[in-house]
Design a protein around this ligand. Structure first.
Ligand code: MG
Length: 352
């Protein structure tokens, strides 16, 4: 088969000539040649595959500049790039879905502020077996549970996580159910401002900061704020669900299909954070959940989750009914596994 006119090529590719002219203008798919006399664009049959790929990627919603990159790659690399793009779209959609659910809830006035929830909790924070100081901070009060894991050399991590917890403490006085997420959002911005202030007063604090995972409740609503690699889990009907998503380099590789969960667990850079509080602005995840009597929540620093398997955590939370004994058992498990990092756990049971 020889060269195709734009009309014939458009029919074969199931695209409109208008789309092909656009792809040409955007540099996504140039015609094989342009007839010097008529000015007609002529295409080769071998260009059909790329024309179809461009059309599919546009249907996927991929930005044009990104399509240009994908089209320049080998099929294997292009496949990886599309998987990575789609993982980012899904993460973004999930965050917006939570926000939409929250707004729908709030606008339809469904926040049940009359139901009184009881929460029975226990906390434990342990230095572990290797570290010289405990840089984790924890708070547990009548309405707020929070775990923060500070980082930065020369003992700068502990003041950072303490400052973050301190900025959240006022929330424990109580917040209306409809305001849970905005109150958490405001508090996390104050925490970031507190770190900025700390850095200003002491130039040696450069490179310090803290992660944060916190749960605030009102009525039957639980609000979560999360940034970094501490985790929140819920045990419901015998199954353990991780509520938070690690903001780590390794987790992003897992999301993009470049690394398996097993490889991630032993990856040398598994503690490399993509997001944290460091006084430089906030990109925290906010989430709302309905509390159900019988639910058991766990908040923990990575000193537990990086070293104790999900199976062992599930086993402990299922077998040990008393929250105080459960946190102690979890800390013991991390220390028995070597205790390479500080370990902080909060176990909270929702009662009717
Ligand atoms: Mg840690």
């Amino acid at each position: 088969m020889g060269s195709l006119t734009i009309g014939a090529f458009a029919r074969a590719a199931r695209l409109s000539p208008k789309a092909l002219r656009l792809y040409d203008e955007l540099g996504l798919l140039r015609p094989a040649r342009v007839d010097p006399d008529s000015g007609y664009r002529l295409y080769e049959p071998s260009q059909l595959a790329q024309a179809r790929l461009v059309a599919w990627l546009r249907r996927l919603g991929m930005p044009l500049a990104h399509i240009r990159v994908v089209c320049s790659l080998s099929p294997a690399d292009a496949a990886r790039e599309v998987a990575a793009y789609w993982a980012r779209v899904e993460a973004d959609t999930a965050a917006r879905r939570d926000l939409a659910a929250f707004l729908i809830d709030q606008l339809s006035g469904e926040g049940d502020e009359h139901m009184t929830l009881g929460i029975r909790y226990a906390t434990r924070s342990d230095i572990g077996r290797i570290r010289a100081s405990n840089d984790d901070s924890v708070y547990a009060g009548a309405r707020l549970l929070a775990v923060a894991d500070g980082f930065g050399g020369d003992g700068r991590g502990a003041p950072a996580s303490a400052a973050v917890i301190e900025a959240l403490r006022p929330l424990d006085a109580g917040v209306p159910a409809g305001d849970l997420l905005s109150a958490l959002d405001e508090a996390v911005h104050s925490a970031d401002a507190a770190l900025r202030e700390l850095a200003r007063s002491d130039p040696a604090t450069e490179g310090f900061g803290s992660t944060l995972t916190a749960m605030l409740w009102s009525g039957s609503r639980l609000g979560f704020v999360h940034i970094g690699d501490c985790r929140a889990y819920v045990l419901r009907d015998g199954e353990l669900f991780q509520i938070t998503h690690d903001h780590t380099h390794v987790q992003s590789l897992v999301d993009e299909g470049r690394l398996s969960r097993e490889e991630a667990a032993s990856h040398p850079q598994r503690s490399l954070l993509l997001r944290a509080l460091d006084g430089g602005g906030v990109a925290a995840d906010l989430k709302l959940r309905d509390a159900r009597p019988g639910d058991r929540y766990l908040l923990c620093s990575d000193g537990l989750s990086a070293i104790v398997s999900g199976q062992a955590i599930l086993g402990t939370l299922t077998a040990v009914a008393d929250p105080d004994e459960a946190v102690q058992r979890l800390v013991d498990l991390a220390n028995e596994a070597g205790g390479p990092d500080n370990i902080t756990c909060v176990v909270a049971d929702v009662t009717g």
